[in-house]
Write a protein that binds this ligand. Structure first.
Ligand SMILES: C[S@@+](CC[C@H](N)C(=O)[O-])C[C@H]1O[C@@H](n2cnc3c(N)ncnc32)[C@H](O)[C@@H]1O
Length: 218
């Protein structure tokens, strides 16, 4: 079945991404750098781009940069004068991302803040509110990242959190996996949060079976 999901992703990519030389070059630079190959898929990157356009985002925050693949998809949706801040704990990942931002001609639009996101997020208050926030870092503190994201939001801010289904393992209450436990705790906290409207969309395709939580701040 997963083979078919991958083939359908290729079909969608051919229709809606086509021959995007920049993203192909960025993807190759990430692969060649030796950092983990856990960027969002091309189709998910395009989805984030569409969401940024839909919300007419001028200020975007990303938690978890890696090589900057999702960052570039979102930053390309910014209008002139728009800004994206992305948070990363690993110097090596940040170096790869910086090179990719330069390659994309987006250095002026993107700022990387190095450090643990639980420490860097509270430092962003003067740059808030953000129009869109994408959470895609380590999974155990997702509930904390969400609380911090709410403090950086306004009415109408779109918050997207990736990898919250984990091949369905999230419904196993006995799971001993810290990543599964982290997203399960986040999903439960999100469902109990007043002042937001939210759901989770399951995702399949080149990146197997997972899900994205989609949240609008009321
Ligand atoms: C799944 S990858 C991000 C992928 C990226 N958003 C993309 O799709 O192109 C997660 C990233 O979060 C970073 N990370 C892990 N723990 C972190 C923390 N405590 N604070 C900030 N970043 C962290 C990792 O080093 C890694 O680069």
């Amino acid at each position: 079945m997963f083979e078919k999901f991958g083939a359908v992703d290729t079909y969608i990519n051919q229709l809606f991404i086509g021959d995007d030389q920049l993203m192909a070059t960025v993807e190759k630079a990430i692969a060649d750098s030796g950092i983990p190959q856990i960027s969002v898929s091309a189709n998910q990157g395009k989805f984030l781009h569409v969401m940024a356009r839909l919300t007419q985002a001028k200020k975007i925050l990303e938690v978890g940069t890696l090589g900057g693949y999702s960052t570039i998809w979102m930053a390309r949706a910014l209008p002139p004068g728009g800004k994206l801040i992305t948070l990363e704990v690993d110097d090596r990942h940040a170096d790869v991302a910086r090179r990719n931002f330069a390659l994309a001609g987006l250095t002026e639009r993107i700022g990387i803040r190095l450090g643990k996101a639980v420490d860097t997020m509270p430092q962003l208050q003067s740059e808030a509110p953000f129009d869109m926030i994408f959470i895609d870092a380590d999974k155990p503190p997702y509930a904390e990242y969400f609380q911090l994201a709410l403090k950086l939001s306004r009415k109408g801010t779109l918050i997207i959190a990736d990898n919250v289904i984990r091949e369905g393992k999230v419904i196993d209450a006995a799971s001993g996996d810290d990543m599964v436990k982290g997203v399960a705790r986040f999903n439960a906290a999100l469902s109990a949060t007043k002042g937001v409207t939210a759901t989770i969309i399951q995702t399949v395709g080149a990146k197997d079976h997972d899900g994205m939580a989609i949240v609008v701040v009321d």
